[in-house]
Design a protein around this ligand. Structure first.
Ligand code: TUI
Length: 313
């Protein structure tokens, strides 16, 4: 079966692995790429040396295409842009901003740029910049989120642009994938389900918390900073709620006090397994993620459910 995203990127299945900061490393990305999806290494806010090491490891583990996600709020963004060019990365996704400043450089290096987009206006801008496709990510996702749901965002972005759209946010099985395609997407991006892949190196406590989570267990923190982040409820999330309420009631909220709560919190959860005061980023679909499996099994299960629902894609 032919699919525009598979043809563009040279992959077997139109499934991207979500680029989870400090989590999506060479181990997970190479397993997803080996299984026929697009594995993506998350640069997050890691320095270039760490990301370079993951890129090199990934090249050793697979000869299939894989991508790198550039988180545009990273203090190391310029170094990461140089790095992906030097390393000959063929496809990058971007998150949390506008990659416009770097487009000439990406084009010079023949890199296919696929930004995450939270809105129609942003998606149109990305098309004008010469991006190959966009990932329309609904607020069901884990981590840094926009304000519109996947159900409402995807068809509006599909209608607004002429480049292919990848649906993300709240997708974890073949039904979600089929729904994305019904809305006009040509591929899907899945994060939360890959958190519990065998090859995912996130702390065991993190995996357990995702596996135990129910439908109502996520909240967004940091709303008033303009960078809301979806996480599983814990003591840190409650602290955020208290501090945000206090600061929200002031004429001049101390946003630094809120930013400070989040600083280093993702690594605390991912590396140390601190489920009380770590930031346990996860999508709303966590309640449906109930077993740890190899990435290949996850992809094959999703594809077999999807193809049974949609005979042609
Ligand atoms: O980037 C993500 N998810 C992330 S990044 C991350 S690391 C982080 N940690 C703490 C605070 C902030 C980030 C954890 N999760 N997803 C992609 C995404 N991009 N979601 C939303 C957006 C987005 C938002 C605004 C993309 C573009 C955008 O444009 C605004 C503008 O006007 O440029």
């Amino acid at each position: 079966m032919s699919n525009v995203i598979c043809d563009l990127l040279g992959i077997k299945y139109p499934i991207f692995q979500g680029a989870m900061a400090w989590i999506a490393d060479a181990s997970l990305a190479s397993a997803v790429s080996e299984a026929g999806g697009l594995g993506i290494i998350a640069a997050g806010n890691a320095p270039a040396d760490i990301v370079r090491e993951e890129i090199r490891k990934c090249k050793e583990k697979t000869d299939k295409p894989f991508g790198v996600n550039i988180m545009l709020l990273s203090p190391f963004v310029e170094d990461i842009v140089d790095l992906v060019c030097e390393e000959g990365i063929k496809v990058i996704t971007t998150g949390a901003g506008d990659p416009g400043k770097y487009m000439d450089k990406f084009k010079e290096h023949g890199i296919c740029v696929i930004p995450v987009t939270p809105s129609v206006a942003h998606a149109k801008k990305m098309e004008k910049l010469g991006c190959a496709a966009v990932i329309a990510e609904g607020m069901e996702s884990g981590g840094h989120v926009g304000r519109t749901t996947t159900m409402a965002l995807v068809p509006q972005v599909v209608d607004a642009v002429n480049i292919p759209v990848i649906a993300a946010g709240g997708i974890a099985d073949g039904r979600g994938m089929a729904a994305g395609f019904m809305l006009g997407a040509k591929a899907v991006q899945i994060g939360t389900r890959f958190l519990v892949a065998n090859e995912c190196t996130v702390h065991e406590n993190y995996k357990k918390k995702v596996l135990k989570a129910k439908d109502m267990d996520t909240v967004t923190t940091g709303q008033i900073t303009g960078h809301p982040v979806r996480v599983l409820k814990n003591k840190l999330a409650r602290q955020f709620a208290v501090v945000e309420k206090e600061e929200g009631g002031k004429e001049k909220p101390d946003l630094e006090r809120i930013e400070a709560l989040g600083r280093g919190a993702l690594q605390r959860a991912v590396k140390e397994g601190d489920m009380d005061f770590g930031s346990v980023m996860s999508g709303q679909i966590a309640g449906m993620v109930t077993k740890e499996q190899p990435a290949k099994e996850i992809i094959e299960e999703i594809m077999s459910e999807f193809t049974a629902l949609v005979k042609e894609y």
